[in-house]
Design a protein around this ligand. Sequence first.
Ligand SMILES: *[C@@H]1O[C@H](CO)[C@@H](O)[C@H](O)[C@H]1NC(C)=O
Ligand SMILES: *[C@@H]1O[C@H](CO)[C@@H](O)[C@H](O)[C@H]1NC(C)=O
Ligand SMILES: *[C@@H]1O[C@H](CO)[C@@H](O)[C@H](O)[C@H]1NC(C)=O
Ligand SMILES: *[C@@H]1O[C@H](CO)[C@@H](O)[C@H](O)[C@H]1NC(C)=O
Ligand SMILES: *[C@@H]1O[C@H](CO)[C@@H](O)[C@H](O)[C@H]1NC(C)=O
Length: 168
Amino acid sequence: MKKTSLSILLLASLVGFAAAQSGSGGDGPGESNVTAYWTDYNATHNNWDFNASHVSCARILGRKPLEWRKKYGWTGFCGSVGPQGDAACGLCLRVTNYIDNETKAEEKVRIVDACGGAGALELDFETAFMPIDIDGNGNSTGHLNVDYNFMDCDDSDELENTLLVSSL
Ligand SMILES: *[C@@H]1O[C@H](CO)[C@@H](O)[C@H](O)[C@H]1NC(C)=O
Ligand SMILES: *[C@@H]1O[C@H](CO)[C@@H](O)[C@H](O)[C@H]1NC(C)=O
Ligand SMILES: *[C@@H]1O[C@H](CO)[C@@H](O)[C@H](O)[C@H]1NC(C)=O
Ligand SMILES: *[C@@H]1O[C@H](CO)[C@@H](O)[C@H](O)[C@H]1NC(C)=O
Ligand SMILES: *[C@@H]1O[C@H](CO)[C@@H](O)[C@H](O)[C@H]1NC(C)=O
């Protein structure tokens, strides 16, 4: 019974999430059941500053407003599907952690870094790993098995940001 209500709660928030995503024309490329490790970008501690967190996308992303930088949790990306390396900087992924047959936890994250290549993703511990590690299994094993798909970031302020960056 407890499990059921948890699932319903999660599904309800997932439906809200899905509704917010609709209109972006469906999912982009992705992979299933890849390994996501955690890393510590200290995003919140560093006020979501790309330079302070030493992420490889810092130069490419330039001066984005705080609202943009903190809109989604951060991830390093080294999956084998979709844009690679610098071309992936700033793009968004939907990451899904399947807990069991009835429950999944889903989030949207932004690519801010490359990673070592051992897994497909390195999720920022606080802003991207813990939020979907709802059964604590990832924290105890050090990784999650997840699906990812490229998604629209819904950055309505993208044009302004681009103009701001190109004027530097
Ligand atoms: C996902 O991959 C792991 C090994 O990396 C495997 O043990 C597990 O069975 C896979 N899960 C699914 C649903 O395929
Ligand atoms: C994050 O903060 C911890 C201490 O709180 C520090 O040891 C670590 O080097 C920091 N990492 C980054 C990437 O800033
Ligand atoms: C990050 O560092 C680069 C190069 O050192 C600099 O041009 C840029 O202005 C810095 N960005 C921020 C937000 O401080
Ligand atoms: C999950 O679904 C698979 C395939 O339908 C089934 O073999 C497995 O027993 C199910 N696991 C649980 C915990 O219900
Ligand atoms: C994660 O696991 C460590 C032990 O490996 C534990 O000390 C810590 O409290 C856990 N963190 C959370 C948020 O569960």
